[in-house]
Design a protein around this ligand. Sequence first.
Ligand SMILES: [Zn+2]
Ligand SMILES: [Zn+2]
Length: 127
Amino acid sequence: MPMKNTKDIVAEASFSCSICNKFAGSIQLKGSKSSVQCTCKNFAGEMIVSFRDKIIIKKYSTALDSKDLNTLFSTDFETVPFYCPKCNACYCGDHYVTMPLFDPEESMYYDSLKGTCPQGHTRMLQD
Ligand SMILES: [Zn+2]
Ligand SMILES: [Zn+2]
């Protein structure tokens, strides 16, 4: 299978911190209507998730085009760790405090990441 290139970008957007205006995160969707790779860059690192459901892809790419973070969050919260749904705002790595959690049942594997926004709202970033 040939590698997809930048011509296949379906939608992309970047977001800045609502306090200091620094980079908070970016999301790029590449692929087709029926299969996309979603590359998410933010203070938690870089993550790639795949969507293979046309309805989800349509919903997600439309939300990304209009920077509708609430819909991105409800579709896949792990793709927008910089977003606080209670504030409806984005924060950079300096303003969002993250805390890795380890599941004692799952031995030494890194388990999930929790974050607290500057207003004190805590949410799960990755699970
Ligand atoms: Zn908040
Ligand atoms: Zn900031």
